[in-house]
Design a protein around this ligand. Structure first.
Ligand code: HEM
Length: 412
């Protein structure tokens, strides 16, 4: 009763997952009721896993911007020794632990700065026509029945990453296979099969990048790898990890955003028309999908020194789990948080891309890709509907559909 009372005081209605109605078959347990029971216990809740957990948007934002906290190796959350070996026994670069995603200052800033030029507003403006072209090409080629993930959502992000690497004609399917296997470094490795696939994919990707680096040394272009090889001080492993991070962080996340966006349109039919008619609405629509159904559900920060924060004491190394997906439904920030409303005034205050120094460098690119993809897909298929069992990814960290069978009548 105490719990219920507190929930009612906070004005929160536990209605479950608003997308459940379009998900007909799922191995995925809706995590939100669990998040809400944590919220009901307070803003900072001690977890049996040995750390603090928060669902508060304000506290999450504050911890993410607080330099007394840092990021730490993914080994903390994987049950295996985190060293990755190739089949020949060589130690592989770990695209998560060795990249700036999990590096603290000053290394973090030094490495992040190197790829920043590829994500400026100007770089995005220049990339937009290419993204629109990819969307149109794939949307135009779709039959009346297709899988919205395999046949569409994966295509846009993978081609954008190939363009970033300067290899637009490379095999999309190979890169997508590497991306899907390597994402296990981010997601946590659960089985030996995943571990084997990860190591094989990493070894192949590393060989591919070593060759690319050699080529770009001889004939530089305008791509990320050419830009990185020009920097003589950059160690080989840092170059490989930085490039790999773009695939790991930029692929499945964006696929999920597009897939979650497609499901949001189906669950909220009134959004179809403005999405098709108005590109500005498509941008707001993407923000609301990021808020209510974000591809990345949490991140972790560790105390770097003994500290007091948000009413608790932390010893060095103690983790705080920031439930970004729950923060995005914090009723103290978002009125009527379960309502899908792209026109809400503070729609951009979600934490789907985190905050602070690790704020997603690809946020602008992902937004552009998703808005173009959703606008383009529904313009081509205004009556698109679910045509079979939707299968969701069974992961705590990354949320989205793996299979999304749909059908629709193509417009002229
Ligand atoms: C970091 C989410 C797309 C590259 C992050 C973080 C989040 C995130 C939550 C921060 C993690 C933390 O604070 O611990 C997403 C989502 C995406 C997306 C939801 C798509 C919808 C992309 C794309 C790229 C990218 C398209 C690049 C091509 C990165 C990089 C970082 C990062 C390099 C590390 C930033 C740093 O540590 O300074 N992303 N991301 N992301 N993201 Fe994204």
């Amino acid at each position: 009763l105490l719990v219920l009372g507190r929930m009612m005081l906070r004005g929160y209605a536990m209605m479950g997952d608003p997308y459940a109605k379009v998900v007909t078959k799922s191995p995925f347990r809706d995590p939100h009721p669990g998040y809400e029971s944590i919220r009901a216990q307070g803003d900072m809740v001690w977890s049996r896993l040995g750390g603090w957990v928060t669902t508060s948007r304000e506290i999450s934002d504050s911890v993410l911007r607080d330099q007394r906290f840092g990021v730490t190796p993914a080994s903390e959350i994987t049950p295996f020794d985190s060293t990755l070996y190739g089949r020949d026994g060589r130690v592989l670069v770990n695209p998560v632990e060795d990249s700036f995603l999990l590096r603290n200052p000053p290394d973090h800033g030094r490495l992040r700065k190197l790829v920043q030029p590829f994500f400026t507003p100007r770089a995005l403006r220049e990339r937009k026509p290419m993204i629109d072209k990819i969307v149109d090409e794939y949307a135009d080629a779709l039959p009346e029945r297709f899988d919205a993930v395999d046949d569409f959502a994966v295509r846009v992000p993978i081609q954008v990453i190939l363009e970033l690497l300067g290899v637009p004609d490379a095999d999309q399917d190979v890169l997508a296979r590497w991306g899907s296997a390597i994402v296990a470094t981010l997601d946590g490795i659960r089985t030996m099969k995943e571990m084997r696939e990860l190591n094989a994919a990493l070894a192949e990707f590393e060989d591919f990048l070593d060759d690319l680096v050699e080529q770009r040394r001889r004939t530089p272009g305008l791509d990320v790898v050419s830009h990185l090889v020009m920097n003589d001080d950059l160690a080989r492993d840092d170059l490989i990890a930085t490039t790999e991070l773009l695939l790991v962080a930029g692929f499945e996340t964006t696929v999920n955003l597009i897939g979650n966006g497609i499901m949001a349109v189906m669950a909220n039919p009134e959004t179809r028309e403005p999405l098709i008619e108005d590109p500005a609405y498509a941008e707001l629509f993407v923000e609301e999908v990021l808020r209510l159904d974000p591809p990345v559900h949490y991140t972790v920060r560790f105390a770097r020194e003994p500290l007091e924060a948000h009413g608790v004491s932390l010893k060095p190394g103690m983790p705080v789990i920031l439930l970004l997906a729950a923060a995005n439904r914090d009723p103290d920030t978002f009125a009527d948080p379960l309502r899908f409303d792209p026109t809400r005034s503070n729609v951009r205050e979600h934490l789907a891309f985190s905050a602070g120094i690790h704020y997603c460098i690809g946020a602008g690119l992902a937004r552009l890709e998703a808005a173009a993809a959703l606008h383009g897909l529904f313009r081509k298929f205004p009556d698109l509907k679910v045509a079979g069992p939707v299968k969701r990814r069974s992961s705590r960290l990354l949320r989205g559909a793996i299979h999304l069978p749909v059908s629709g009548t193509p417009s002229k």
